[in-house]
Design a protein around this ligand. Structure first.
Ligand code: TYD
Length: 223
């Protein structure tokens, strides 16, 4: 049985990924695969508790490194209990935020050294943790923050100012520029129906490529 695929949704707060998530899930399922939908931080009961600690505004602000370690503690639990077992049994995983969020928010936003994040990534995920595909919603910060303000109930990241969110955006763009094959980048500031049309075409093309690669893969030698 072939390993499942890990597809991640990424982008700044208010970038528009949640609006599109429903049909993306349906399009993946239409490939005839089993799919688990999940999110980070979170995805298991313990990791969801850690999510609360990371995102809820509280009297005691976590120190930046403490925040990074909490995010990775949640990720480790999610990875070993949920994502990795699914992938190994051939199930696909659609994860709302994953490792690129940490490079963007704790690296870009909080200014923590990227080398620390890379070390933790290696410990926590090992070599199999690179997503097969990342849909990156790249949205101008002023537009994205306006959407966030309209939603209300701001989490600890969403309460940060525009300059902080520009740093998050620029860290995301560096991730995309360093590994463009893995990403489909969408201009999230466009109207939602345009975003959908562009993304649907790109995804359909990517799935067709994967299918043709799978069908030309040489047979395992028997016996
Ligand atoms: P988000 O996914 O936008 O959920 P909601 O739509 O419920 O607000 O919020 C998750 C927040 O977590 C977002 O502000 C980014 C932050 N985050 C990090 O700071 N680091 C991480 O590694 C991850 C996965 C998320």
């Amino acid at each position: 049985m072939s390993r499942g695929r890990l597809i991640t949704l990424e982008g700044g707060d208010g970038a528009g990924k949640t609006t599109q998530a429903g049909w993306i899930r349906d399009l993946i399922r239409a490939q005839g695969v089993l799919l688990v939908e999940t999110r980070e931080p979170g995805g298991t009961p313990l990791a969801e508790t850690i999510r609360e600690w990371v995102l809820s505004p509280t009297a005691e602000e976590p120190d930046g490194l403490a925040e990074l370690l909490l995010v990775f503690a949640a990720r480790r639990q999610h990875w070993v209990r949920r994502i990795e077992p699914a992938l190994e049994s051939g199930i696909w995983v659609l994860c709302d935020r994953f490792i690129d969020s940490t490079y963007a928010y704790q690296g870009g936003g909080r200014g923590l050294p990227l080398a620390w994040i890379a070390t933790l990534e290696h410990w926590v995920l090992g070599p199999g943790g690179r997503p097969d595909l990342t849909l990156y919603f790249d949205t101008p910060v002023d537009q994205a923050l306006e959407r966030v303000r309209q939603r209300g109930h701001l989490n600890r990241m969403e309460r940060e100012g525009p300059d902080w969110h520009e740093q998050v955006r620029s860290a995301y763009r560096s991730r995309w520029e360093a590994d463009p094959e893995r990403f489909i980048r969408i201009e999230g500031g466009r109207p939602p129906d345009e975003v959908r049309a562009i993304l649907e075409a790109a995804l359909t093309h990517r799935f067709a490529t994967w299918q043709s690669q799978a069908s030309i893969r040489p047979e395992e030698p028997s016996g």
